[in-house]
Design a protein around this ligand. Sequence first.
Ligand code: NAD
Length: 338
Amino acid sequence: MQQVAINGYGTIGKRVADAVRQQPDMEVLGVAKTRPNFEAETAIDKGFPLYAAVEERTELFAEAGLEIAGPVEDLVAEADVVVDATPSGIGAQNKALYEEYDTPALYQGGEDADLVDVSFNARSNFEDAVDADHVRVVSCNTTGLSRVIAPLREEYGVEKVRATLVRRGGDPGQSDRGPINDILPNPVTIPSHHGPDVETIFPDLDIDTLGMKVPATLMHMHSLNVTLEEDVDAADVRNLFADESRLFLIPERMDIDGSGKLKEYALDAGRPRGDLWENCLWAESISTEGRDFYCFQGIHQESDVVPENVDAIRAVTGAADAEESIATTDEALGIGLR
Ligand code: NAD
């Protein structure tokens, strides 16, 4: 059993902790937090040993009546792998800690690519992360793009990707984010940083991305155009994608017209927190015109990177190959909406 530490128990960290716990070959050794809040209380209720991420704040937990198992250093020292799910930029500050204890570390998409040896997407470049010490699980948007690009590249070859990313202003719990009543080109410069980020997974890919932010919290929406290296038929692309467990082709019969109904469906289906770990592609939107492919996909920013973190744990520990890891993760979580 791989012993996994989770440093940073917020939106991503708490989901990764639950996902790790569901795997047959790994255990949550503990989770580290900076302050006692509702998430700290939930961690204790779930039986996750809680460690103090910042020494000077340890007594805040005692004042809140929460038992601390020790300082984060103890957790990192004991762990086989640490998943750093702290806010952007804090992972970089924590790198020295992981190096001090010689514990392989996974970082999230908010960190710079040059912090790590490998940027990771399980479907696209699992092998690059085998036995690496510092791996970055790419952002929700980059994960969503990579999962579509990988099979298209393998099957048809990709000449050029153009993607417009309509991004949620903040997560549901982020009461300080916006816009509240606006539509922002964000960033206003083109290309957005997402294209270069996808190139950390596919270094030779030609991709341009445009970003916007809108007053929504549920999901991102991607409008995609990929020019392939050969003429393609939309039905063939649909069949190709149907074999990909992390691509959910929303069937027309379900009458799901947007992010709201997608989330409702996930909740009705009993998904924890209404999470949608898969890219959600509208099957009807999959269209082709000669070598050009088009589609719309919804990306649940809070959860699509969660199975990727689980797979990255197996990659850095050499515990499984890509196919085996993805299958194990999918089965343990129940991934594969149809
Ligand atoms: P978050 O703010 O929800 O959670 C971060 C947690 O880390 C909080 O509990 C915070 O208290 C804690 N923390 C802060 N400083 C810490 C420290 N020094 N040591 C330990 N814990 C500390 O953030 P998040 O949304 O989970 O994002 C985490 C990372 O995941 C970022 O790199 C982000 O870019 C990336 N990411 C976020 C999303 C998303 O939509 N939320 C999607 C993909 C990737």
